[in-house]
Design a binder for this molecule. Structure first.
Ligand SMILES: O=C(O)C(=O)C[C@]1(C(=O)O)C=C[C@@H](O)C=C1
Length: 281
């Protein structure tokens, strides 16, 4: 059975993403942090990881980009999951009884409008939506609610006070499936690779980014995402994380050769199959 490491506990969105991506029985290996996924995988080379990278309301999980760059697990797939949050608490309470809301910072951001509509509620960040629900149940914390999945509310015996509290129904999180190089053929869903993620740095010179983008466009490569992050120790200089989609793997390979002289420290973080099947309400 595949062992899949996630940050968080059972009922977390990572858990849901892992199960829906693999669609078969898997063993979830809960980790306290995203970094722990990579550390564990160093010891257990067959371990698979699932890690959120961006959300359509709250934006990118910036620290996770560096984990991809600094470790040798490859992106072997992606899964886009519709995230629908509940406000859940110990049974027998109403929304008016809630004085404190605990959840993962990304979930809190995704429900900012709902939270703003509640007067005098303290917001507390937690490492995971499901573990927030678990803490409420274990500590019998009345007056405290978690923002978590319906599944987490069920798993930890909480009552759903409100469902669908995300600011916009088009709330999707993109999860990356990670594995070591030798595991890639076994894990990749198909050989029809049409997407890649790269990171590189650019010289501080006029037009350096625009030259790279022009080359990619010449090779019919579609840029689906660009995220710049600071280079620590080199003020106001940036590294660029980009996602590309393409119809021809050969053209993509040619484009990589062509940008090589224009960029520094190029690392291909993974080549995989794009998830085109997002399900909206
Ligand atoms: O806390 C959870 O349940 C998670 O799986 C984490 C996480 C995230 O890292 O963005 C996953 C999906 C949602 O965007 C909210 C939180």
């Amino acid at each position: 059975m595949k062992r899949v490491a996630i940050q968080g506990g059972l009922g977390a969105y990572h858990d849901i993403a892992a199960r829906t991506y693999f669609g078969e029985e898997i063993e979830i290996v809960p980790c306290l942090t995203f970094k722990e996924i990579f550390l564990r995988a160093r010891e257990e080379r067959e371990l698979i990881g699932i890690m959120a990278i961006e959300n359509t309301i709250a934006g990118g999980l910036l620290l996770n980009h560096d984990l991809l760059k600094l470790n040798d697990m490859k992106i072997v797939g992606e899964h886009k999951l519709r995230i629908s949050h509940t406000l859940s608490a110990l049974p027998g309470q109403t929304v008016q009884d809630i004085r404190e809301i605990i959840s993962h910072p990304m979930a809190l951001m995704q429900c900012a409008d709902f939270i703003e509509s509640l007067p005098d509620v303290k917001i507390v960040e937690h490492e995971d939506t499901a573990l927030a629900a678990k803490d409420i149940m274990e500590g019998k914390l009345s007056g405290v609610a978690a923002i978590c999945s319906k599944l987490a509310a069920e798993v930890y015996g909480l009552e759903v006070l409100r469902a669908g509290i995300e600011t916009n129904k088009r709330n999707f999180t993109r999860f990356l499936v990670l594995a070591h190089e030798e595991m890639v053929p076994e894990i990749r869903k198909s050989d029809m690779i049409d997407k890649a993620s790269l990171v590189f740095v650019l010289p501080h010179s006029e037009g350096s980014l625009s030259r790279v983008l022009s080359v990619l466009s010449f090779y019919d490569i579609n840029l689906t995402r660009i995220q710049s992050l600071p280079i620590i120790g080199r003020e106001w200089e940036y590294q660029f994380y980009i996602d590309l989609t393409f119809a021809s793997y050969e053209r993509y390979q040619q484009s990589i050769k062509a940008i090589l002289p224009l960029v520094g420290n190029l690392k291909i973080l993974g080549e995989y199959v794009e998830d085109k099947h997002i399900i909206a309400d």
